[in-house]
Design a protein around this ligand. Structure first.
Ligand code: FPP
Length: 238
């Protein structure tokens, strides 16, 4: 059941894990005649607020798409600005009390100066209860291939769905119940391909930096109107 008290939403176990494709930072900046990197700066500020709001609402895990394996084709200046924001956030998250940060994606091909601080932050926060998965240098297909290769290396000749689920980066949490994409695009963009098999999707035209408490609550309230069937029928439909 979804509870709303004094402008505060509280979710139950139906919504344990939420994921965001934080799209529209560039267009948000362009519409204000600002450089794209300013859009990312406001996007990063908003990311912190939205993550906090999700945890305050009782959600146990949040996954965000910060940088895909395809994003390296962007101008160097823009990439550098996103990496700088990530580094700032890595410092900030260590000061939190309850957030456990896990970076999902290929760390092995990142500069050592970045991967080492990511690993250190994961280590320092690993006893905390709330999961924050940050997808960085992440690709969903590559994640599935990685899982299969690990299973082959373990000597598996036949691979089950459960095997792959236990080898994707988010294996300690259940799959996302809800995936939100901002900025009016209706695609998955190689995000959580394995984990999204039964996720509910919510799309909004709002650019990520403008996705505030009101918009988040709209997405959650909309999620609570959905009937999740997982390919079957609900009791009232039999
Ligand atoms: C998509 O907007 C956004 C990104 C590729 C980067 C997301 C990064 C942040 C929110 C900031 C850094 C994150 C952390 C975790 C500190 P876009 O640039 O594709 O926007 P557009 O489609 O309008 O051009």
């Amino acid at each position: 059941m979804l509870i709303k008290e004094k402008n505060q939403l509280k979710v139950d176990d139906r919504l344990k894990h939420i994921a965001f494709i934080m799209d529209g930072n560039g267009r948000w900046a362009k519409s204000r005649l600002l450089p794209r990197k300013v859009g990312h700066k406001f996007g990063a500020e908003n990311f912190k607020k939205v993550v906090r709001l999700c945890f305050e609402a009782g959600i146990k895990a949040v996954t965000v798409y910060a940088f895909s394996t395809e994003n390296w084709s962007r101008p160097k200046d823009e990439i550098d600005s996103i990496i700088a924001l990530l580094k700032e956030y890595i410092e900030a998250v260590k000061q939190e009390k309850d957030v456990r940060v896990v970076f999902i994606g290929d760390k092995t091909s990142l500069p050592e100066s970045l991967s080492s601080i990511m690993i250190k932050a994961e280590e320092e926060t690993k006893h905390r209860p709330l999961y924050l998965y940050i997808a960085f240098n992440y690709g969903g297909r590559a994640e599935i291939v990685k899982a299969c290769n690990e299973l082959i290396a373990e000597g598996k000749a036949i691979i089950s769905e459960a095997d792959i689920s236990s080898h994707v980066y988010t294996n300690e949490m259940s799959d996302p119940d809800l995936i939100v994409r901002t900025a009016g695009e209706y695609r998955i963009s190689n995000f959580l391909l394995w984990q999204s098999a039964y996720s509910e999707f919510y799309f909004t035209n709002v650019y990520w930096p403008d996705f505030d408490r009101k918009e988040l609550y709209k997405a959650i309230e909309n999620f609570y109107t959905r009937k999740r069937r997982y390919g079957g029928l609900n009791k009232d439909e039999e």
